[in-house]
Design a protein around this ligand. Structure first.
Ligand SMILES: Cc1cc2nc3c(=O)[nH]c(=O)nc-3n(C[C@H](O)[C@H](O)[C@H](O)COP(=O)(O)OP(=O)(O)OC[C@H]3O[C@@H](n4cnc5c(N)ncnc54)[C@H](O)[C@@H]3O)c2cc1C
Ligand SMILES: Cc1cc2nc3c(=O)[nH]c(=O)nc-3n(C[C@H](O)[C@H](O)[C@H](O)COP(=O)(O)O)c2cc1C
Length: 645
């Protein structure tokens, strides 16, 4: 059969024969032990991930030198004591039939914890956009020491049974710091012209080649472009590529962006189309003939197959898709594409969790197994119970699926005509159709696994008395808050749910009260429809953070669309054609408005909790019903409740 013919064709690079052209790219997990060794949790994770059948699995960042570590759990390869753990890691990939590459990494100035100790180093003492703390400029001796440490770590990778190494030259870490004029202002032979700035990378490759020998493949991961003002471009990279290949690179892994790139483009949000970065791989292929890996928002193996068929890249990496559904490739091979849980690129459980929540480990907002492999139940529950799940949002649907998967008899009740909960509204703003696709997938899976889904059914206390479920998962979500502002009942007032749900037609000049996620999404929706929008927010700082990819995009579109965000501003009254606001900075103002949209948040809806307690029915309150938050909390709590029944 010709399905995925190009993607599934083998490829040989030096002595490494890959069964196919699918790559699991390096993804940090935070699952390592605190002494930088490989943990049981990490092994369980990688064993599961490798089952995807990717031909090449690249490990997460592995530090070549203690001065390059970015967190205590960051795997190490700077001492022989790491070899036994790394051997198990490579073995886990081999068990699944894949080949393993170890990613050799030095964080340079992008190490918050070393910056805090005053121990981070970099080519120049220039602070990063993210951490705003300068590293110490490396001496020439240190430069040589770090180059050697790449070689030594590569030797350990080989000894540990890895089939290849990948030198991490991307994303703003030490090698990119040398390449970039924004972080490298050295006056010696490692600074100045682009050629000089490439010297460090070249010498690292040479050291690695010397250490691993001629038969062992070396991949070089590069940010093909920095994607930041004043950063280098793919045309710049083209000029040094032949020298990088000569120095030892057998594969170019063409990523993009640095830590400071707006919107976290390296793990791009849903605004970027699957395969949006392929053109850069193509540019790289113009000047060299070694295989090139493309990466960026791939979710569909068929698209990857086309990219290879067109000769635009030789291999394709699936990062977050792999976390969302490690079986995606198996399903695609079997033609079960509708069964694939497509990544929504929310970054909540993966990259943003790791970056923004120190000490955390990887998860996936839509796949409760990822990162929890050690506790994820794989056998049926010892007692099959009659379980009710009340509420068909993300929490309830996940709970119902998980409870049925482990053998319980599950009924799910949803008061509305359709399940989906707030995702019905959350998916209405621009670029959020993927959320709808996900929730429809989940609804389908819940039905397919045998859950009895009763929509249009409001669960009442009488029902509980009559049917006597053995366990109840209360996932009744949240309901909107209507603030007691004078004028709230005037005809120009509606709420965000009415606007997003198409119940109320948007007018031209709109004031939105509330600048949280719902308010900002509603603003995005309205701007897209051509409305003039002002968002009024009581807090002095926006609750929607710009350092999160989606948050950044929301703020950017509000600004680009001519919208305004008034922070530290309270709405004190609504009038027939305006809103009266007060702020410390500007005093009282009257904002003209044809329409006023309430988006001041939601509160938990869990009135059945008391009834369940009174009846001594075992129950769990999950998701927004326990406190309005996000999808990741909803799915995680839903799954955990199902596992704990
Ligand atoms: C506009 C908007 C944008 C958002 N954007 C994002 C985002 O980008 N990222 C993110 O993480 N989160 C986002 N959220 C929040 C996210 O949607 C919620 O956190 C999530 O849906 C909570 O899931 P849940 O299952 O706990 O509750 P809900 O989604 O509220 O689902 C609860 C369900 O229970 C049903 N129900 C209630 N009472 C009963 C009863 N007695 N009997 C039967 N059924 C009942 C309700 O009808 C509802 O379908 C957004 C929310 C909105 C409104
Ligand atoms: C949780 C997470 C951790 C990552 N860690 C690394 C890493 O250790 N090394 C690296 O080069 N890239 C890392 N990346 C970037 C990915 O390898 C990949 O390039 C990026 O996610 C884009 O691919 P995708 O759109 O298919 O997810 C990470 C991404 C995620 C989501």
């Amino acid at each position: 059969m010709d399905r995925l013919k190009y993607l599934l064709s083998p490829i040989k690079i030096r002595n490494m024969e890959l069964a196919n052209r699918v790559v699991m790219p390096p993804m940090g997990t935070g699952l390592g032990n605190d002494d930088a060794t490989v943990s049981e949790a990490l092994l369980a994770y990688i064993r599961r991930q490798a089952k995807s059948g990717a031909g090449l699995v690249v490990s997460e960042i592995t530090a070549v030198h203690p001065s390059g570590s970015v967190s205590p759990t960051h795997l190490g390869a700077y001492d022989d004591r790491f070899i036994p753990g790394l051997r198990k890691y490579a073995g886990a990939v081999h068990e699944a039939g894949g080949k393993a590459a170890m990613q050799l990494h030095h964080g340079g100035r992008e190490s918050f914890f070393l910056l805090m100790q005053g121990e981070a180093i970099g080519p120049s003492a220039i602070p990063s956009v993210v951490y705003r703390q300068p590293p110490r400029e490396m001496t020439l001796k240190e430069i040589h020491e770090i180059i050697d440490s790449f070689g030594r770590a590569a030797r350990r990778a080989r000894e540990a049974g890895f089939d290849a190494v990948e030198v991490h030259g991307a994303h703003g870490y030490l090698l990119t710091q040398f390449l970039s004029a924004l972080s490298n202002q050295r006056q010696d032979e490692y600074g100045g012209s682009f050629d000089n700035r490439a010297r460090f990378v070249i010498e690292v490759l040479e050291a690695v080649r010397k250490s691993v020998g001629n038969d062992f493949p070396i991949s070089l991961r590069l940010s093909a472009e920095e994607c930041i003002k004043g950063g280098y471009t793919v045309e710049d990279i083209q000029t040094i590529l032949p020298r990088l290949v000569n120095a030892g690179a057998d594969i170019i892994h063409a990523s993009l962006g640095t830590h400071g790139t707006p919107a976290g483009i390296t793990s791009a949000p849903a605004e970027y189309e699957p395969g949006f970065n392929v053109w850069r791989a193509k540019k790289i292929k113009e000047v060299i003939s070694v295989p090139v890996i493309t990466v960026g928002r791939f979710t569909d193996p068929a698209l990857a197959d086309e990219v290879i068929a067109r000769g635009e890249a030789d291999m394709v990496a699936f990062g977050r898709q792999q976390l969302a559904d490690p079986d995606y490739l198996i399903k695609a091979k079997e033609g079960r594409t509708n069964d694939i849980r497509i990544c929504i690129a929310c970054n909540q459980g993966c990259i943003e969790r790791l970056m923004l929540e120190p000490g955390s480990s990887v998860r996936c907002a839509i796949n409760p197994e990822t990162g929890q492999e050690l506790i994820y139940p794989r056998t049926l529950a010892s007692t099959r119970r009659k379980v009710w799940v009340i509420g068909g949002g993300p929490a309830g649907l996940t709970a119902a699926y998980e409870a049925a998967r482990i053998g319980h008899t599950v009924s799910l009740f949803e008061k509305e005509e359709k399940a989906g909960g707030q995702i019905f509204y959350a998916s209405k703003a621009p670029y959020k159709e993927v959320y709808d696709a996900w929730i429809q997938w989940l609804i389908f899976q819940v039905q397919a696994i045998g859950v009895e889904v009763k929509t249009h059914t409001l669960v009442t206390e009488t029902m509980l008395d009559e049917e006597q479920p053995e366990a109840v998962i209360l996932a009744t979500g949240a309901e909107k808050i209507i603030p007691p502002i004078p004028g709230i009942d005037l005809p120009l007032v509606c709420d965000a749910f009415q606007i997003l749900g198409d119940e109320v037609k948007p007018l031209r000049n709109v004031v939105i009260i509330g600048g949280g996620m719902i308010g900002m999404e509603t603003a995005d929706f309205l701007i897209d429809k051509g409305c003039a929008v002002t968002v009024v927010e009581l807090l002095p700082r926006s609750p929607v953070k710009k350092f999160a990819s989606h948050g950044y995009m929301l703020h950017k579109r509000l600004r680009d669309g001519g919208g305004r965000l008034l922070l530290g501003t309270e709405v004190v009254a609504i009038r027939e054609d305006s809103v009266v606001v007060v702020s410390e900075e500007r005093g009282e103002e009257v904002l003209p408005a044809e329409q006023v949209v309430i988006a001041v948040g939601t509160r938990p809806r869990n009135e059945l909790k008391e009834a369940l307690s009174e009846r001594n029915i075992r129950h769990f309150v999950v998701g927004d019903a326990s406190g309005p938050r996000r999808i990741i909390e909803a799915t995680e709590e839903g799954a955990r409740a199902a596992w704990d029944i």
